[in-house]
Design a protein around this ligand. Structure first.
Ligand code: DQQ
Length: 486
């Protein structure tokens, strides 16, 4: 089974290509289940993305590290599975999340082994070749087994490792017996022996949160950032900005990078240029049965760069390489419409980018996409001035009953009369919104009708002043695939 998928991944992709919900320009494996991005690294001229992967089905379980690589962060080549669970070892029931570092110029995976929920040791594997196709597990495995005193047995995982003053440092996500969550700091000279250095940072944050999964800790624009995912039930991705003295972290600013439940478990890495790049897992919004029927589940977000804005908010921007996918273009300038109106765009599609700027904001306005001519299926997103929030409304996105429908919101203050900038990426079932270069919202939608491909602009309680609109159809990233839906 494991072999079958990766002997002819393109055949598998071609077989799946006519699924109207299967994204065409976001990365996902040829088939089956994928969750967290792992082991991001640029090596030998290529970006490598490893990912939590179940080769046996479209449900979470039996987790391996899948592998793909790319020259441009956009077009991906499938590779054989990199890390497989090994009976009798610290990863016998799964190779869970972790990262990739260069140990004396050898790409080295540091990851969570899963034996059972009480036994999740840290593991090492070394690359044996320049394309990162062959992997050897370290004879020193498992390298961290014992949990520090006060850490709950079942909540200890997801190493993030960096080099600092000629020594290796790692943070791991954990939960403490007193109910707080936090990240644990370790140090090592050789990656094989680790010394526990105490809690880098802990906090209760909220009673409903029992674990900080997949911590990332890195310097950005002169500050340190601690970024992690709130478990259980995908309650969002949270960050602190602050100072670090080599042992402890002192935050002075915090916020959600995105509230749940679609965007989760991001990994951040600085590649060989200056950019800090982030990928995240975008969950499905439909049932396990539907995922199994489709034969795939889970998508990677578009790669984005991370920045701190002037108020030290952590913001994301899609990498410029995405512009490579732009095809036919539709442009509008300086359109004024009276309040409570719709404007239908002559271009239609299911794989599109929208880049728009509106002026004089004082009511509600936005876009309808994936919309049928009779409006029976429609996905809306925009900004509501009175509520001070950007939103993605998927309540009417699909005529099927099972899938997730909701109104996801993000607080965003725009002064009366101010400007609203919306950049939106639609990729069949994936929606990623970037609004005013400040907030992001990700969603999943499953329209049933072939004619759900219209695009409209709407306004309520305000005149609509559209300064510019650029709309592009996107091409898919696997060139051989003839997508039925654009
Ligand atoms: N996914 C991995 C864990 C991590 C979780 C298991 C986050 O290592 O905590 O697939 O989605």
């Amino acid at each position: 089974m494991v072999k079958e998928f990766f002997e002819n991944p393109m055949d598998t992709r071609l077989r799946m290509a006519n699924d109207p919900h299967r994204p065409g320009y976001h990365f996902l494996p040829p088939r089956n289940w994928m969750n967290d991005p792992n082991g991001l690294i640029k090596w030998n001229g290529r970006y490598h993305l490893f990912y939590q992967f179940n080769p046996y089905g479209a449900l979470w379980g039996s987790i391996h590290w899948g592998h793909a690589s790319s020259k441009d962060l956009i077009h991906w080549k499938d590779h054989p599975i990199a890390l497989l669970p090994e009976i009798g070892s610290g990863d016998e029931n799964g190779c869970w999340s972790g990262c990739m570092i260069l140990d004396r110029d050898i790409p080295t995976a540091v990851y969570t082994g899963f034996v059972d929920y009480n036994n999740t040791p840290m593991m090492l594997a070394y690359s044996k070749d320049n394309d990162l196709l062959d992997w050897e597990k370290s004879p020193h495995n498992p390298v961290i087994t014992d949990k520090p005193k006060g850490v709950r047995e079942t909540d200890f995982r997801d190493p993030y490792v960096w080099r600092e003053d000629k020594i290796w440092k790692a943070v791991l996500g954990g939960r403490f017996l007193d109910g707080q969550c936090g990240v644990l700091l370790y140090e090592s000279h050789n990656l094989a022996e680790w010394i526990y250095k105490g809690i880098l940072y802990q906090n209760r944050l909220h009673d409903s949160i029992t674990m900080w999964e997949c911590p990332n800790f890195f310097a950005l624009d002169g500050q340190y950032i601690l970024l992690f995912s709130l478990s259980p039930n995908f309650q969002g991705v949270y960050y602190y900005v602050g100072d670090y003295d080599g042992l402890r972290f002192y935050p002075n600013k915090e916020g959600y990078l995105e509230t749940g439940p679609i965007f989760y478990a991001p990994q951040v890495r600085q590649f060989d240029d200056e950019r800090m790049i982030l990928f995240a897992w975008l969950l499905e919004g439909r049932s396990d049965e539907e995922n199994e029927q489709a034969g795939w589940a889970g998508v990677q977000s578009l790669p984005v760069t991370l920045e701190l804005d002037d108020s030290k908010n952590l913001i994301t921007r899609p990498v410029n390489e995405i512009n490579l996918l732009r095809e036919s273009n539709y442009v509008l300038h300086d359109v004024h419409l009276p309040a409570n109106n719709f404007h239908e765009i002559p271009l239609r599609g299911r794989m599109i980018e929208i880049d728009a700027e509106f002026e004089n904001i004082q009511g509600e306005l936005g876009f309808q996409v994936l919309t049928t001519p009779d409006n029976m299926e429609t996905t809306k997103f925009g900004y509501d001035f009175l509520r001070g929030e950007a939103y993605l409304d998927t309540i009417q996105s699909s005529l099927t009953k099972g899938c997730m429908r909701s109104r996801q919101t993000a607080k965003l203050l725009i002064d009366r009369g101010g400007t609203l900038k919306i950049r939106a990426f639609i990729d069949k079932s994936v929606i990623e919104l970037f609004i005013n270069d400040q907030v992001r919202i990700s969603g999943r939608v499953y329209p049933t009708r072939e004619d759900a491909e219209l695009i409209k602009i709407y306004s309520h309680n305000q005149e609509l002043i559209l300064k510019t609109l650029n709309l592009w159809n996107f091409r898919g990233i696997w060139p051989d695939i003839k997508t039925f839906y654009k």
